[in-house]
Ligand binder design. Structure first.
Ligand code: AMP
Ligand code: ZN
Length: 479
């Protein structure tokens, strides 16, 4: 197997993954700001992170992934105050929606999903440490990080700071800073808004400190991988490096991975531009969770993804193709025996798939390996070159792929219905069900598996599940 190589933003080159802890990869992921529903641009980045962790697990690594939920920031505090509810109450609904959206897209849960507001004490401790080291100053009750004390500032984003001069008031913050580049670690309370009473004074955390505090708490002072969308490189991740490395004197992160944006009509999809779709917007237009997942993972993470409805329709066709192929493998009858060519073909697909992902998570190459296999096997089936014992081998390959792609389970409509979308189940009267069950039994007896299968499918589409009884009969029940 090829070594896993990933593009590190800081070194700006491909680096081989060598986890600090043997057999375990530790990842920190900047999660959503929970003041609204996440949009599919956000999910582009979250799907990339899911493919990444699934690939590590497929390679036999344990994964320890921490994702934060930013449940305190200026917008949240203002919106909660305007609605007259607590921060918890305000964000609860969006956290719940985010979890539902994650499940809809088959995103695996990170081992730790942590809220900023549960970690105020950890942030205070980190700020305290930076104060002890003389890296900060206080102005108008807010505490700032003094960037001039951290010469490596800018190493991640390679941003040219020379144009931003000390004293220039480029920031719209209402607070006084010594240097325009300096950023707030802790913000003084504003009248009528929520604040915490702490040993570094009353106030609330700046945006960046939570990720330094929570990542180091769960993953150690140096950990393997930090991920996010490219917009986070500067200032967020640059500031995380400054805070963390100034406090510990150690390298904060081994590999920085950044996903390029999902764009729509040439622009970044974002809340502020108003050009966004949430998952629910797309569900309401009858698009499936699996089509969205397919589309989001189909473009390698370091390439921009141009979102179009056409692309989404094509994604649906692609997922259908995979699912039909699985049905054919499971249900069609082939001549007895095995074809060694097919066995070899499956092996090649597996190694191409793995090699694609090992090369900086190139999902386009990995998907090509899958669809090439589907094409070749379908051709072999059509030409009578596929044997019964080949089916389990190819199914095993497809299941291996699906441990990472997570597209094969045909549960879109179930998921949609749970979220209040999707099509209602067509109703079949009980006499008709009985008649179809009977007809299916007869079809099976005369070995007409095609017809038997059609009937099973027709019933399944109406939520009717068939169970074989011990006596050789069939029972049906409504899902
Ligand atoms: P936010 O909720 O704004 O903190 O963003 C959550 C994640 O989504 C971050 O990793 C962002 O970098 C990422 N993100 C935001 N917009 C996009 C986009 N249009 N395409 C891809 N990722 C994005
Ligand atoms: Zn972060």
């Amino acid at each position: 197997m090829n070594p896993i190589r990933l593009h590190d933003t800081l070194k700006n080159r491909l680096e081989q993954l060598e986890p600090i802890h043997k057999g375990e990869v530790r990842i920190y992921t900047c999660g959503p700001t929970v003041y609204d529903f996440a949009h599919i641009g956000n999910f582009r980045t979250f799907v990339f992170q899911d493919v990444l962790r699934r690939f590590f697990r497929a390679r036999g690594y344990r994964v320890l992934q921490v994702m934060n939920l930013t449940d305190v920031d200026d917008r949240i505090i203002q919106k909660a105050a305007a609605a007259g509810v607590s921060i918890r109450e305000y964000t609860e609904k969006y956290i719940e929606a985010f979890l539902e959206d994650m499940r809809a897209l088959n995103l695996e849960m990170p081992e730790e999903l942590v809220r900023a507001t549960d970690h105020i004490e950890d942030m205070v401790a980190l700020i305290d440490k930076l104060q002890q080291k003389g890296m900060t100053y206080t102005s108008d009750g807010s505490i700032y990080f003094r960037i001039s004390k951290f010469p490596a500032y800018g190493k991640l984003s390679k941003i040219d700071m020379s144009g931003i001069k000390a004293g220039a008031r480029v920031d719209t913050d209402r607070y006084e800073k010594d240097d325009a580049r300096d950023f707030a670690l802790w913000k003084a309370p504003k009248p009528g808004e929520h604040f915490w009473e702490t040993r570094i004074g009353p106030g609330r955390p700046g945006w960046h400190i939570e990720c330094s505090a929570m990542s180091m708490k769960y993953l150690g002072e140096t950990f393997d991988i930090h991920t996010g969308g490219v917009d986070l490189t500067f200032p967020h991740h640059e500031n995380e490096i400054a805070q963390s490395e100034a406090a510990t004197g150690k390298t904060f992160v081994r590999l920085w991975l950044h996903a390029e944006h999902l764009i729509i009509e040439g622009e970044k999809m974002s809340k502020s531009l108003g050009n966004f779709y949430t998952l629910r917007d797309l569900f309401a237009k009858n698009y499936n969770p699996s089509s969205i997942r397919f589309l989001l993972l189909s473009v390698p993470y370091r390439r921009q993804l141009n979102f179009t409805m056409d692309g989404l329709k094509q994604a649906e066709t692609s997922v259908e193709r995979l699912r039909n192929f699985m049905r054919r493998l499971r249900e069609a009858q082939f001549a007895a025996g095995a074809n060694p060519e097919i066995q070899k073909r499956a092996e090649k697909a597996e190694s191409d798939f793995d090699a694609g992902l090992a090369d900086d998570l190139n999902t386009a190459v990995a998907l090509a390996a899958v669809f090439d296999l589907v094409r070749d096997v379908n051709t072999a089936m059509d030409r009578g070159k596929f044997r019964q014992q080949d089916a389990p081998r190819v199914i095993a390959a497809m299941e291996k792929f699906d441990a990472i792609l997570a597209l094969l389970t045909d549960d879109d409509n179930d998921k949609l219905r749970k979220l209040g979308f999707g099509t209602a189940l067509p109703q079949i009267p009980p006499e008709k069900i009985e008649a179809l069950v009977e007809e299916r039994q007869l079809a099976k007896k005369r070995r007409d598996f095609k017809r038997a299968d059609e009937i099973r499918k027709q019933l399944a589409e109406s939520g009717i599940i068939l169970e074989d009884t011990k006596e050789g009969g069939v029972r049906w029940k409504q899902k």
